[in-house]
Design a protein around this ligand. Sequence first.
Ligand code: FAD
Ligand code: MG
Length: 321
Amino acid sequence: MMSGISGDQRLYSYSAVLMGSPILLKLFSHDEALASRTFQLIKRYEDLFTVNRAHSEVMAINHAAGRHPVSVTRPVYQLIKCAKAASMVQESAFNLAIGPLVKLWRIGFNGHSVPAATDIAARLALTRPQDVILDDAAGSVFLARPGMEIDLGAIAKGYIADRVRDDLQRQGVDAALINLGGNVHTLGAWSIGLKKPFVADNALVGSIDVVGQSVVTSGIYERYFEQDGRRWHHILDPRTGYPLDNELESVTIVADDSLDGDIWTTLIFGLGVEKGCAALRHREDIEAIFVTKNRDIILSSQRRFRFHLLDDSYRLTDCTA
Ligand code: FAD
Ligand code: MG
């Protein structure tokens, strides 16, 4: 995903690498202090949520799997509670307990390969979201079986993007954009580019005009590897333990909160276009842009954004088509 600005005010861009992702902050004033404050805020949350280092609050829960509950700070408890709720929705493709499979595949990390089917089956048994036991009073999380692991990779960037928005607002900023590597949040009016899947340059299939909305894109072209003549991407089907395989190449969710956007990109990936359209019919707060392998771009609705097609090899339609 890329971003630009309509109008000709002077724009200042600040970048960092956090959470293994390029982070971009855009402001209309030269303000190193604000940029540094923002990156520090992101880093503090990364330190709580990461499962890519030996120690974090989430890792403390994972290390105690099958042994004892772990009390955690409020943001960690709240985010896990929210992730569990998303995981318990009927036929949800979202699963916060997917950790053992993410660690087995290692997609996007060194040492990835297609695991043996028996290993996948063994790990599937350790990914039941109902085995994540929450205690509101104690603020603690207990993983019921040894070997279980929480992974917040599909939701933490959304949560953090919302906290950055809140903080910028508190600092009196009225126009800014934060991009956490696929999770974009905005204050004020912005035009956000939607990347063309599987091309090396920064070609765009379209642009999305929003005011103060979050724009979250999840795709099968960002983190994947090739083996046995196939692409294996990082959004796993919790029912099979293999990457989700359907007509979708990417899904973008436009919503007030990036947390919802992050959850819904995964839910929609699991549903596919037809069921995804049906699920959004009664959700005025969540809007989707589906990009398919057949080069269709399908809009669920266009209440809180305007979409402009920039590549005429794609067909623009909507959920009623
Ligand atoms: P999304 O589609 O939103 O999420 C996909 C990710 O969610 C997968 O990568 C996996 O982690 C997880 N997942 C897969 N299937 C499911 C499922 N069915 N249900 C729920 N979750 C699923 N990357 C690095 O390379 N190095 C790092 O050190 C590193 N540290 C990170 C620290 C934090 C706190 C976070 C949030 C991310 C970090 N990442 C790091 C990136 C991370 O590994 C994922 O690639 C990233 O979160 C994917 O986000 P997305 O928005 O692209 O995809
Ligand atoms: Mg997500």
